[in-house]
Design a binder for this molecule. Structure first.
Ligand code: GLA
Length: 540
């Protein structure tokens, strides 16, 4: 064999090895030295419909059936909306001698011939038969909102779960529900501590899940009281949850009801958006809930609808629609079902947007997306006149050079732009884009102490800081750890399984000081913990 053909064979063998390695790499990626392991997708914020805003406490089986059908027929299901959520009014506070919930058989009749009236599994099975998921509602306290602040009906006592947590959450899972919204009216009235109470709720849910093998997604609804973003993420070690950050955008508007003059306002939509900005808490499957969307309800214009959808999507907030789905126009459904906008809300990184700049009400909001170098942008003009708003690549942690800009509402690529993009935004309106650039290189840190805790110290930052955490979790379940930044109140971070022993990474935004002295400590709250290999820090 000549020297040349020997060399050729060596090259071919090396190529074959490389190809085999590439093909057999786990989905989560196997990091080569100096390479950042691939992003692990995290649980997304829920999307669906909720009965409260348009039906208040008049909700019943017929209403839910009609809305579920409309959710499918309108293309919302195909666009990703999957939950049908029954809110307050479903239960009139009655229990039997053993404390089991009794519901009104007329309100919840049989749907199929062999079913018994007065059994909530009827409606759940109907919802499931459409390929959708079902949600239910209760209160932390003994006297729920139906007693402390009824909307239409007379005050109804005892519509909360206090004293019955284990029994009620078990009942919800036995009925087949997939989701529970737990309100705070009764807890507030009785001066309870939400962090303590919701931890108890989470523990009872976990017990019910273990008993029935059915997951029950936790939606915390205490309207931002006692800063839920500091205690709600991962409460009771749940691997995904949401928490409300403010009051209701609008009181219910029930067609033909006593409050038909109530109106949605852009002002309230913006107030809830502002109140929900807690990006340090929103990561790895935990989300700030800005309230149900009021898009398509009385008082909301086409522009307001688009602004509302843009803001909820860039925030990564739950997209739960409160309108009567049988009444929405094709135009309103086209806003709700815009795939490019939903992709921003549903991005695998699961992060919230951050405010990049604010020039007297001309604001730039940006959300990092899972694909390298990709950012979603909302330019929000809160002033009374149209004005140009600019966004600069270096404000987004992107390397200098050309980046593609895509208008997500128009579904149109606008071309390549060097270092910035500028557009005139009408008064009280938004423009929304995705920018496709190149990430500026992050700085890698290795842990300095590695026993019970994993500590990274002398971490440098200069502004809005994103921390990508490279880890291995070879188990089958997500593992939750506490992250303490510079000794402050910790946040819980969830680490999904990485499969096949490979490494993966998740990303969080951390509140770092603009110097070189930051300390990040990861601690396992109990039991197993993932192996944290390194962190990669980038500041915008
Ligand atoms: C609270 C919640 C609403 C709704 C009502 C029901 O106000 O914030 O979303 O659930 O209770 O009474």
């Amino acid at each position: 064999m000549s020297e040349r053909s020997g060399f050729l064979i060596t090259v071919l063998v090396a190529l074959a090895v490389l190809i085999v390695e590439l093909i057999s790499s786990p989905l989560s990626g196997r990091a080569e030295p100096g390479e950042v392991p691939n992003i692990m997708p995290v649980p997304r914020a829920p999307m669906g419909w909720n009965s409260w805003n348009s039906f208040s406490d008049t909700v019943d089986s017929q209403i839910v059936v009609r809305q579920a059908k409309a959710l499918v027929a309108s293309g919302m299901k195909a666009a990703g909306y999957q939950y049908v959520l029954i809110d307050e009014g479903w239960w009139l506070g009655h229990r039997d001698a053993q404390g089991n919930i009794i519901v009104d058989p007329k309100q919840w009749p049989a749907i199929e011939p062999r079913e018994k009236a007065g059994d909530m599994s009827n409606i759940v099975q109907y919802i499931h038969s459409l390929g959708l998921k079902a949600g239910i509602y209760t209160d932390v306290g003994e006297y729920g909102c139906g007693f402390t602040g009824p909307d239409i009906g007379p005050p109804i006592p005892h519509t909360g779960s206090l004293g019955h947590y284990e029994q009620d959450f078990l009942q919800f899972t036995k009925w087949g529900f997939d989701y529970v919204k737990v309100d705070w009216c009764g807890g507030d009235k009785a001066n309870l501590d939400p962090a303590v109470q919701y931890a108890e709720v989470a523990r009872s849910i976990a017990k019910a899940e273990a008993q029935t093998g059915r997951g029950l997604y936790l939606s915390i609804c205490n309207w931002g009281r006692q800063s839920p973003w500091t205690w709600a993420p991962g409460i009771g070690n749940v691997i995904a949850d949401i928490w409300r950050t403010s009051g209701d955008i609008v009181e219910p508007i029930v067609a033909g009801g006593p409050h038909v003059d109530r109106r949605v306002s852009l002002k309230n939509i913006l107030t809830n958006f502002d109140a929900g900005m807690h990006p340090f808490a929103e990561h790895t499957g935990y989300y700030n809930d800005l309230d149900m969307m009021v898009l398509g309800m009385p008082g909301s214009s086409e522009e307001d609808n688009r602004t509302h959808m843009s803001l909820w999507a860039i925030s990564g907030a739950p997209l739960i629609v409160g309108a009567d789905l049988t009444k929405l126009t094709a135009q309103e459904f086209s806003i709700l079902n815009n795939a490019d906008v939903i992709a921003v809300q549903h991005d695998a990184l699961g992060l919230q947007c951050v405010k990049v700049s604010d020039d007297a009400g001309l604001q730039v909001w940006a959300k990092p997306l899972a694909e390298t170098g990709r950012r979603a942008i909302v330019l929000l003009n809160r002033t009374d006149s149209a004005a140009p708003i600019s966004v600069f690549w270096n404000q987004l942690g992107l390397a200098a050079g050309r980046a593609k800009v895509r208008d997500v509402w128009a579904h149109k690529d606008l071309g390549l732009y060097v270092s910035s993009y500028k557009v005139t935004v009408p008064a009280h309106n938004v423009a929304m884009f995705v920018v496709y650039g190149a990430d500026a290189k992050p700085t890698e840190y290795k842990p300095t102490v590695h026993s019970h805790d994993t500590v990274f110290d002398r971490v440098a930052a200069s502004g809005t800081s994103f921390v990508r955490v490279a880890y291995k979790n070879t188990g089958l379940e997500s593992l939750v750890m506490e992250l303490r930044v510079n000794g402050a109140v910790p946040t819980r971070v969830s680490f999904p399984p990485t499969k096949s022993g490979g490494s993966a990474s998740i990303m969080i935004e951390a509140e770092l000081k603009t110097d070189k002295s930051n300390v990040l400590t990861f601690s396992p709250p109990c039991g197993r913990s993932p192996a944290i290999d390194s962190i990669y820090v980038s500041s915008w």
